[in-house]
Design a protein around this ligand. Structure first.
Ligand code: PLP
Length: 381
């Protein structure tokens, strides 16, 4: 007898993970692959974080913590809002999570019912729509173009029917484009009039090139702000993030935390607090991304990739390849096997136009960027 299998779990794969698997297989066969597919820092966690982890291993019991996170970490995160953004924040609204991914689950479960409609743009981070789908919430995917900076406009939102939520990401993955403070205010205002709950993914804050990251925390007290130690703080594998929660959702989120996660990873919490005392190392990482971005922007055009979105932040370049190929998946597969450069096809981020785009990640080393550009320039596409 065949047993029942839930449709809710039948969500799309995260294609970049599949690309990574193919790249790793080639490496196992002895090939030297340059990884421009992965969206994670190639640097370890800051030294003080690692030292704090070692100390905690020696000194702490490392049992469960409070479900909302260790109080001193919640306080330190609130303090960071004051130093980084000049925004005063009550630590009682900070909830420590298992990466921002855990934060999305809590945010969507607490704010939306099955059948609700939540808008997000394409191209965008695929897990938003895949998690919403698994929860029975309808992702309303708004098609955007380079002319909109791949960000939602009020016009586009007005044409999307009745909405219950809107997910914003600035800087965005995969385009790196940002929403200005003025545009953000207008979007917040529109959401408040239309009764739409804003979810602001601020995971790439701090990784910007000349433009300051602006939080929604002081613009909309009904918004859920999502952030993480993964990118700016270079701690992807530590699985630590946080959310800023509106008062009315606090108890619901606390109960969800207790039942789904019990608590965020304890070792990472003890160590993570030191991430806020590591600005020198973090600044060095930004300098490296800045240099990497310059290298790709300088040399990719001569390798045939000239139509690239202006990345104000994050560590990605989103390139239009329509003059070379109309099938980004096949193109990336060929690039990997022939030029040994791994990139991510746009179809991961955009069901409408993704076949015409690929994403380069420049989170790796400077020498990897140079080698990748050389290989792509010599590659006969
Ligand atoms: C836009 C965006 N949000 C969230 C995440 C998830 O990050 P984490 O769960 O490691 O905090 C990612 C990872 O790539 C991302 O690009």
């Amino acid at each position: 007898m065949s047993l029942k299998v839930s449709n809710r779990g039948m969500i799309n794969p995260f294609i970049v993970m599949d690309v990574m698997r193919s790249a790793n297989k080639l490496e196992e066969l002895g090939e030297d692959v340059i990884h421009l597919e992965v969206g994670q820092p190639s640097t370890p966690a800051p030294l003080r974080v690692i030292e704090a982890a070692q100390e905690a291993l020696n000194k702490e019991v490392l049992g469960y913590t409070d479900s909302l996170g260790l109080p001193f970490l919640r306080e330190r995160i609130a303090e960071y809002y004051s130093t980084f953004y000049g925004v005063s924040l009550n630590p009682s609204r900070v909830v420590v999570t298992t990466g921002s991914s855990g934060g999305f689950l809590l945010a969507f479960l607490s704010a939306f019912e099955p059948g609700d409609r939540v808008a997000l743009v394409a191209p965008g981070y695929p897990a938003y729509r895949n998690i919403l789908t698994a929860l029975g919430v309808e992702p309303v995917i708004i098609e955007t173009t380079a002319a909109d900076k791949f960000q939602p406009t009020i016009e586009l939102l007005k044409n999307s029917g009745k909405l219950d939520g809107l997910i914003l990401a600035s800087p965005s993955n995969p385009t790196g484009t940002m929403i200005s403070r003025e545009e953000m205010k207008q979007l917040v205002n529109w959401c408040s009039i239309a009764g739409v709950r804003l979810i602001s993914d601020e995971i790439y804050h701090g990784i910007t090139y000349g433009t300051k990251s602006e939080t929604v925390a002081d613009l909309d007290e009904n918004a859920i702000i999502i952030n993480s130690f993964s990118k700016y703080f270079s701690m992807t594998g530590w699985r630590l993030g946080w959310i800023i929660v509106p008062d009315e959702l606090m108890r619901s989120i606390e109960c969800l935390c207790q039942n789904i996660f019990i608590s965020p990873p304890t070792l990472s919490q003890h160590a993570g607090v030191e991430a806020f005392n590591s600005s020198e190392e973090l600044l060095a990482n930004i300098k490296r991304y800045t240099k990497n971005r310059e290298i790709l922007l300088k040399y990719l055009p001569s390798a045939g990739f000239s139509d690239i979105a202006p990345a104000d932040g994050a560590f990605y370049l989103y390139a239009n390849i329509e003059s070379i190929s109309d099938d980004s998946e096949e193109f990336c597969r060929r690039m990997l096997s022939e030029a040994l450069v791994a990139t991510t096809p746009g179809v991961d981020f955009d069901p409408f136009n993704g076949k015409r785009y690929i994403r380069f990640s420049f989170s790796g080393s400077e020498s990897d960027m140079i080698t990748a550009c050389e290989r792509l320039t010599n590659w006969k596409q």
